[in-house]
Design a protein around this ligand. Structure first.
Ligand code: SAM
Length: 259
């Protein structure tokens, strides 16, 4: 234990027991679940999760942490550590390999790549039962934001089109070693069932959302120039003079479908 945390890997190790317990009880793992942890670090969450799940997989990029974690886990359960960048892990292939229909993913994420990890998971949402992540509180606020909110944006729309987003609780900097500069929060993401997923081309939806929020203060007719013309925007019952932040996630799907 007590390896020197590496800033470059976004290492902030959770040490406060009550938050560890709260996260584990929010996940409520069962022995029949296929739990996959992203960034196990020294095992703050891994060991209590493993104690209940008995068998789990953890994906860790920092080689130096792996032998210690393997050793500590040995008496607790069957831990398989995948040494990889999580962004290179194909969760659908991993689920097949583990013989699971869908994975339960958890992690106190490395904050320097939290958005790429979220987008990566959303791409593999069909292979995922649920996700419980610790992130910067500001990111969780953006993920769960509703139209009209100052922090409603690309992350809110893209995540809410794929999952239900439920913020669970806040965690103060002092719960980590070393303490991060910001408050953190735990969030639950549950991928939507196929019948509630947007009917449209994901690449087009991505393009519309990205363009619409690229300049928040500009109107849709401006930001979507070259993608969707004014008449088409109006034909959907959407005011071309409106700003992206006033549209519901489903409106972006409609816009993508007339692109
Ligand atoms: N779960 C531990 C805890 O709660 O104390 C550690 C959390 S720490 C915030 C983030 C962990 O993610 C570190 O162990 C770090 O080495 C690992 N990590 C960083 N980048 C990663 C990546 N691209 N893929 C997988 N793990 C990564």
């Amino acid at each position: 234990m007590n390896a020197r945390p590496k800033k470059s890997f976004g290492q902030h190790f959770l040490h406060e027991k009550r938050y560890i317990e709260r996260i584990v009880s929010s996940i409520a793992p069962k022995e029949s679940d296929t739990v996959v942890e992203i960034g196990p670090g020294e095992g703050a969450l891994t060991l209590p999760l493993l104690a209940v799940a008995k068998k789990m997989t953890a994906i860790e990029l920092d080689t130096d942490l792996i032998p210690g974690l393997q050793q500590r886990a040995a008496t607790v359960g069957d831990l398989r550590i995948v040494h990889s960048d999580v962004l290179k892990v194909d969760f659908a292939a991993l689920a097949r390999e583990l013989g699971a229909e869908r994975l339960r993913i958890a992690g106190n994420l490395p904050y320097y790549i939290s958005s790429p990890i979220l987008f990566h998971c959303v791409e593999h949402a069909a292979a995922i039962q649920d996700m419980h992540f610790m992130l910067q509180k500001e990111v969780v606020d953006r993920m769960a934001a509703e139209p009209g909110s100052k922090v409603y944006g690309r992350l809110s729309v893209m995540l809410q089109l794929a999952c239900t987003v439920t913020p669970l609780f806040t965690v103060p900097p002092g719960a980590f070693r070393p303490p991060p500069k910001v408050d953190s929060a735990v969030v639950r993401l549950v991928p939507l069932p196929p019948e509630r997923l947007p009917q449209g081309d994901p690449a087009k939806i991505h393009a519309v959302v990205k363009a619409a929020f690229a300049m928040r203060r500009k109107t849709l007719s401006n930001t979507l120039k070259g993608l969707v013309d004014e008449a088409s925007i109006r034909s959907l019952g959407i005011d071309p003079r409106a700003r992206a932040e006033t549209l519901a996630p489903a409106d972006f799907v409609k816009l993508a479908n007339v692109m």
